[in-house]
Design a protein around this ligand. Structure first.
Ligand code: IPE
Ligand code: IPE
Ligand code: MG
Length: 247
């Protein structure tokens, strides 16, 4: 896409209120590689490049929060060599991205069961989260070893313990209590959820938080998804009428 067309799209998007929080299911890396006769990991490598460009584009568009689904609790079921390569790729990328995140004042936060993440990757993620903690710009949430049902389970356990300790009456448990017990504590729910690669499913992502999120699906495979695609999704969102069950 020509740069001029991309900046025209960006300008159009910035002329209206932008969603505060966009979440993305980055899907289709494997198919992208297979279509080119390449190993799946080549698709993941391109996927990292696409993610880097989208973080910048999200920042340029003025989003406050961007959540990227990087690895699900179900992705452990993939062949061992793909999982190993993915972990290695993530470990490399996270350190490589730090200077750029600092320069763009992006704050990184990780959501998921970090305890189940291999130590070198976990150390990298924790290091970058700590270094970028006070950055005032875009908050980038990376969902890693993330599962929506696990997140709810963890939240229900927190609440059950509070009830057992006598801090909370069962009938007093509120939606706000549940939201506060989730990994996304303190963050607004996503306004827009994007999924690439043509799949029409949620795949265990942010199950509680997407109750009223607008959905935008595209057949484009994740490595081919660029800033213009993000701006198109946002422009589409801006034309929608969110009713939240009202009129
Ligand atoms: C998304 O691409 C990346 C991860 C889930 C880690 P996939 O690897 O799922 O690619 P497809 O869906 O098989 O094409
Ligand atoms: C969802 O993609 C998870 C991530 C993008 C990290 P999957 O490729 O794992 O989802 P399914 O298997 O198509 O539902
Ligand atoms: Mg997939």
């Amino acid at each position: 896409m020509a740069v001029t067309a991309e900046s025209a799209l960006l300008e159009a998007v910035r002329a209206h209120p932008v969603p505060a929080h966009v979440a993305i299911i980055m899907d289709g890396n494997g198919r992208w590689a297979t279509q080119r006769g390449l190993p799946r990991v080549a698709g993941h490598r391109e996927g990292v490049k696409a993610a880097r460009a989208i973080v910048r584009a999200a920042d340029a568009a003025g989003l406050r929060f961007l959540t990227l689904y990087a690895f699900s609790t179900e992705n452990w079921n993939r062949p061992e060599d793909e999982v190993t390569m993915l972990m290695r790729l993530l470990e490399e990328s996270i350190y490589r991205e730090l200077p750029d995140l600092m320069e763009n004042k992006v704050r990184l936060r990780v959501i998921g069961r970090t305890a189940g993440v291999p130590l070198p990757v976990r150390r990298g993620l924790e290091h970058v989260a700590l270094e970028t903690r006070d950055n005032p710009g875009l908050t980038l949430l990376v969902a890693f070893n993330y599962g929506g049902r696990d997140e709810l389970l963890d939240a229900f356990r927190v609440l059950a313990r509070r009830v057992q300790a006598g801090e909370l009456a069962p009938d007093a448990v509120s939606e706000a209590d549940i939201s506060r017990a989730l990994y996304t504590e303190g963050l607004p729910d996503p306004d827009l959820l994007i999924r690439t690669s043509g799949e029409m499913r949620v795949s265990n992502f942010l199950l509680w938080q997407i109750a009223y999120t607008e959905l935008w699906m595209t057949p484009t495979l994740w490595p081919d998804f660029g800033p213009s695609d993000l701006y198109r999704a946002i422009a589409d969102y801006q034309r929608r009428d969110r009713r939240f069950g009202g009129v």
